[in-house]
Design a protein around this ligand. Structure first.
Ligand code: SAJ
Length: 406
């Protein structure tokens, strides 16, 4: 039986996927409310195909609880934030989860860390916890790192089809865990050592962060000198060896905006490109805010409270607001003591910020300028409703006349 620890954005779909592919699974989370919601037959976030997967897993007998189980395999999938000051990984949740696993796990168990961690984290923080509990790693407890790679918005498909990496001290243990993931994963599963697995995961997200930062910097250059960044990127990407990502209002989520900082925190003198890239991405909400004021001036608009931000989540078609550029922009605007901007997002049904709307038509009635922050399908489908408004399109999805860009 597999005990999946942490039933958030990664742990839950992973547990469901394994259960619906014939693995006996118990999901554990310290958040009792979350466990109650799952036991009441409801998922805790929106994701393509998640509800269907949930039902299949329930039919296969998955269980949810707050208790750690006595079993032979544990998958730890808890958040790994970074310390805002040192930029280093904050491994407290991983450490706490492994400590709790140690209280119940029998000799011979395998502990798989799925959470993204910086290279060396498992050596520095996880091994000592296991050893302090009197276990010898390799003979009493097997330790494995199997970082997840799925993208919110397409998690279920990617769980099935993405290639995976398994890091282990021993090839035999790595191969055993590979078989477990192969119960559902149709991609190639590479077995390597733990530190290489740690580094590859962080490098993948850093590569994407640096590429987005490059696009964001191009957007700033092009804005400065009146060039069309989207047309330039489109043409450059026709070159067989160029693949530039898209500029945007900022980089959010718990991954691309977090993981590269781990490297900056651990290797400060060696991460010039990465560090500067993260700063460029972090500067984008302020860049958009300045752009709003610039456009308002040009259009003779003086009432900031009649500007509306369309989109509150960190990216399209998800209900996840972690590190959302819209939230960053609002925070920055509040520092200017200006009246609040209005906000609407079809995916956010609870009240989370001031001046938030839950009805698109009412939101549009109350604003003269709309800032497209996220490329939700719903926004694309309702684009005609923005006709006649001043529109700042931060995602290059609006084809109305006279639209402004970042
Ligand atoms: N963004 C841009 N321009 C782009 C692409 C993205 O501004 O061209 C922005 C998005 O709007 C969003 C942020 O970047 O705010 C991050 O979104 P994302 O779609 O790039 O990535 P995440 O954070 O949702 O998921 C990433 C993925 N990593 C890679 O593609 C290398 C996913 O595969 C990982 O599993 C995930 O991080 C993770 O959990 O680590």
């Amino acid at each position: 039986m597999v005990n999946v620890i942490g039933l958030g954005y990664i742990g839950l779909p992973t547990a469901l996927m394994m259960a619906s592919h014939g693995v006996e699974v118990v999901g554990t989370d310290y958040n009792k409310e979350l466990v109650d919601t799952l036991n009441a037959g409801r998922t805790t976030f929106k994701e393509n195909g998640l509800d269907e997967l949930f039902r299949a897993a329930l039919d296969s007998g998955i269980k949810f609880t707050s208790e750690y189980q006595v079993t032979d395999t544990y998958i730890v999938s808890v958040p790994t934030p970074y310390d805002k000051f040192s930029k280093k990984i904050d491994a407290c949740y991983v450490i706490a989860a492994v400590k709790d696993v140690m209280k119940v796990c029998p000799k011979g168990a395998t502990v798989v860390i799925e959470s993204t961690v910086s290279p060396g984290t498992i050596d520095r923080f996880v091994r000592p916890v296991i050893e302090e509990n009197g276990f010898v790693i390799g003979s009493d407890i097997n330790l494995v790192h199997a970082p997840e790679r799925i993208i919110p918005g397409n998690m279920v498909y990617e769980l099935l089809h993405n290639n995976r990496t398994i890091g282990s001290d021993s090839r035999e243990v790595g191969e055993k865990v590979k078989q477990l993931y192969a119960s559902f994963c149709q991609g190639e599963i590479v077995v390597t050592d733990i530190k290489t697995a740690e580094m590859t995961k962080v490098v993948e997200n850093t590569f994407r962060a640096v590429n987005i930062a490059f696009a964001n910097e191009l957007a700033k250059i092009c804005r400065h000198d009146g060039m069309d960044v989207y047309e330039i990127i489109r043409i450059c990407n026709m070159h067989p060896r160029v693949n530039i990502l898209q500029p945007g209002p900022g980089v959010g989520g718990h991954c691309i905006s977090v993981d590269p900082w781990f490297l900056v925190g651990d290797y400060p003198s060696l991460t010039k490109v990465i560090g500067e890239s993260m700063k460029v991405n972090d500067s984008m909400p302020d860049f958009v805010l300045n752009r709003i004021y610039e456009i308002m001036k040009e259009k003779g608009l003086s009432d900031v409270s009649r500007v509306g931000l369309y989109g509150l989540t960190y990216k399209e078609n998800v209900d996840d607001m972690r590190e959302s550029p819209t939230l960053q922009l609002l925070e920055s605007q509040q520092r200017h003591l200006a009246p609040g901007l209005k906000v609407y997002d079809p995916f956010i049904t609870k009240d989370v910020v001031d001046n938030q709307y839950h009805d698109l038509d009412k939101f549009l009635e109350d604003v003269d300028m709309v800032v497209i922050m996220v490329n939700h399908n719903e926004i694309k489908e309702n684009m005609q409703k923005l006709a006649g408004k001043t529109v700042l399109d931060c995602r290059n999805i609006c084809d109305l006349d006279g639209v402004y860009h970042i």
